[in-house]
Design a protein around this ligand. Structure first.
Ligand code: ADP
Ligand code: MG
Length: 697
């Protein structure tokens, strides 16, 4: 029997283990690093490394790795064994402090967006002491950041940690103004809900598109899709239940607080939600969750698809990023309080988020931009590509009343001297009815619904933290200089509502009329990744990141390159995979199938039976014209791919992929899917959508 309390975190070098295994002084020094961000002294590191090694070996580890998140892709690791030879020919298990705080993987194999050329091929990894080390499959994993020798971030975590410092600093200034002297630090918290598909491994193995690109590039719609909405409430299938049980156990051992799991809207789609935690840890845990999901699925004869849109016409997968800010004294700053003072503070933080989301719509959109997620955003199911905020009617009415300087509710809400109303509690169900909003207030946190299921959450949270930090900085500057705090506060809140209320939208985000309405309001509608990326280096954005020391201009330029390159690479791989499937699979199979039909018609005619042979003849004719269309369109795609080779600038190539290659791919799919619908099941070379979506029982 799996004992949850005993096993939870059993493979994590967590606080309890450190307290037990480290000398008191070392433990205290390490705590100072973790809590106050002090640099880690090398003597301390040496002692910690040795204790960590002993613990890891006792728990079955033989290797160690610096575990980090490169700019794209999931996580990277390079395994080194603990074994060191001794001069007398024996081996000892060794792991020094230096190895632990710093490692030197070769940066040249990770995307660096030009930073590699400018600086050095080698990057170094440095331990993120705020995130615990853990053992995964016999390997001690030390969570690290990854930088160039010039200190430029080559990963996603460095910026995330910097953004957490930025919001901590500015939020503390605001909290002091409200007299919160006891608060020593402020952290953002995140609970990312992870969606995914599970399909049968044997079927997956027969689809090159899934193997190479993670999504189906062809596939006719099955007669039954998600129309009946019966999957969401349906019972979890035994094979899936067994997977979920093992997944939970694996995650618990690693200290990941996996909590709820259920079926999602689409057939074969599921979700896992963890209990929220500090943002950088949540980001690590989400990476681990994705990794472990894929491994455990294989053990159960299934494949876990993390792609944002594995199946056309079926709901895609996202990662709802539940985000809030809380103090080390345990106060959630996005929770309306009980007193007018607390409420005023809540409203000010709320205003900071409203202003941040309005002013940095472009960055939020960029933070979730990828070739995969483009299929989802705005595709009538996931949130639209337009960023807006849902506050619910209660809170919106309060903001309206404040803006007009009226009482919100004459019966219960007094206008306090401070100029802010007493707020009612917001029960979750009055705030969370609208599932179409990309950024919804859900009672005591915001749910950012745009991140894609395959992405790291680091980038989205870096943008959220930094933009809110900037607004808090402006608020603190203004209020610290005010002679009448309460008057100035009231004015500031009113002004912010007035100037930024255009971002608030409580209606249906999937409705076509919203697109027009949003345009009237001047909101951005960045439909594709290249569209969004053109804003990354806008002066206001560079200024934001530089002011808070989250990204330098050089780092942003590198990211701009990497993100554009990555987009084009993905589309290229998809296009080549489609050509391969058409040339090696679909056309030969359909040619053979047509011959068989023609043969049958001839035989029947020879026998004098069924002189018309309508089915055979008609099908051969139809297939023949579809094959011609498919063949021609495949040639066109080939030519366009070739023409693209002369484009060298990353953003130009990305735009070309969006404007030429993607439409070619869409056109190529049409005749193929039509053929799949009329060909016999045996003749079609790939498992169908129906088999893939309903194949796990
Ligand atoms: P729903 O499916 O209705 O969105 P879930 O319960 O599945 O709700 O997910 C809610 C997520 O929000 C959970 O991961 C939860 O831990 C997280 N969450 C709750 N409170 C906070 C908070 N203060 N900060 C960040 N995340 C939070
Ligand atoms: Mg949710």
């Amino acid at each position: 029997m799996f004992n949850v309390t005993e096993s939870f975190g059993s493979l994590v070098f967590n606080d309890a283990v450190m307290r037990q295994r480290l000398p008191k002084e070392t433990y205290k020094a390490l705590q100072r690093t973790i809590k106050d961000g002090r640099p880690l002294e090398s003597e301390v590191a040496t002692v910690v490394a040795s204790a960590m090694k002993d613990w890891a070996i006792e728990n079955g580890a033989t290797h160690f790795t610096h575990w980090f998140q490169p700019m794209t892709g999931i996580t990277a690791e390079k395994h080194d064994s603990f074994i060191s030879p001794t001069p007398d020919g024996r081996v000892i298990m060794e792991f020094s402090g230096k190895e632990r705080i710093r490692g030197e993987p070769d940066a040249s194999s990770f995307p660096t967006g030009g930073l590699r050329a400018t600086f050095e091929a080698r990057g170094y990894t440095a331990w993120d002491a705020t995130s615990y080390a853990f053992i995964k499959e016999g390997v001690l994993c030390v969570p690290t950041v990854f930088c160039s020798y010039g200190g430029e971030a080559l990963d996603q975590k460095t910026a995330l940690l910097r953004s957490m410092e930025a919001i901590n600093k500015q939020a503390l200034r605001v909290l002091r103004l409200f007299g919160n002297a006891d608060v020593a630090s402020v952290k953002t918290t995140v609970g990312p809900e992870q969606e995914y598909f599970l399909i049968d491994k044997a079927l997956y193995d027969r689809r090159k598109d899934l193997i190479y690109t993670g999504r189906t590039l062809f596939g006719a719609r099955p007669p039954k899709g998600q129309e009946l909405d019966d999957h969401y409430f349906g019972a979890i299938k035994p094979r899936v239940a067994a997977f979920m049980k093992e997944l939970n156990e694996e995650l618990w051992k690693l200290g990941v607080l996996a909590k709820t799991e259920h079926n999602e809207v689409a057939p074969a789609q599921h979700e896992l939600a963890p209990i929220f935690t500090t943002t950088n840890i949540a980001a690590d845990h989400n990476q681990l969750t994705m990794e472990i999901m894929q491994k455990v699925a294989k053990r159960h004869g299934m494949v876990c698809l993390l792609h944002e849109k594995p199946f056309a016409g079926v709901n895609g997968s996202g990662k709802h990023n539940n985000w809030s800010i809380s103090t080390d004294t345990g106060v959630n700053l996005l929770e309306p309080g009980d007193t007018p003072y607390e409420n005023a503070q809540f409203l000010l933080f709320l205003c900071a988020v409203i202003k941040a989301v309005d002013e940095y719509q472009d960055l939020l959109r960029i933070s979730v931009a990828s070739a995969g997620n483009d299929h989802r955003l705005g595709a009538n199911e996931a949130p639209p590509a337009i960023i807006s905020m849902f506050l619910g009617t209660d809170l919106s009415e309060i903001l309206d009343a404040i803006e007009r300087d009226e009482k919100y509710d004459a019966r219960q809400a007094d206008l306090m001297r401070i100029g802010v109303h007493t707020l009612p509690r917001f029960p979750k169900d009055t705030t969370d009815r609208n599932r179409t909003s990309p950024f919804a207030f859900t009672g005591n946190k915001f749910e950012f619904r745009m991140p894609g299921s395959a992405m790291s959450i680091s980038c989205a949270n870096t943008v959220l933290n930094t933009s809110v930090a900037e607004e808090l900085r402006q608020f603190a500057d203004e209020l610290e200089g005010a002679s009448d705090f309460e008057g100035a506060l009231h004015e500031l809140i009113r002004r912010t509502i007035r100037e930024h209320k255009r971002i608030i939208f409580n209606g249906d985000g999937y409705d076509e009329s919203w697109v027009q309405e949003a345009e009237k309001r001047g909101l951005l509608n960045l439909r594709s990744t290249p569209d969004a990326l053109t804003h990354l280096l806008d002066e206001k954005n560079v200024r934001l990141f530089e002011a808070h020391r989250v990204y330098s201009r050089t780092e942003l330029e590198a990211r701009f390159e990497v993100l554009n390159e990555n987009y084009s690479k993905i589309i290229h791989i998809e296009a080549l995979t489609m050509l391969d499937m058409v040339n090696k699979g679909i056309l030969p199979a359909m040619s053979k199938y047509s011959s068989g039909l023609a043969e049958a018609a001839l035989q029947k005619a020879a026998l004098g039976t069924g002189p018309d042979c309508v089915y055979e003849k008609e099908t051969v004719r139809r297939l023949s014209s579809m094959m011609t269309a498919l063949f021609r369109q495949a040639r066109k795609l080939e030519e366009d791919l070739l023409a693209g080779k002369s484009i060298t600038a990353a953003p130009d190539l990305a735009a070309y992929c969006r404007d030429t290659i993607l439409p070619d791919m869409t056109a190529l799919r049409i005749p193929a899917d039509e053929m799949e619908m009329i060909a016999s099941k045996e003749a079609w070379p790939y498992p169908s959508y129906g088999e893939l979506l309903f194949g796990v029982r």
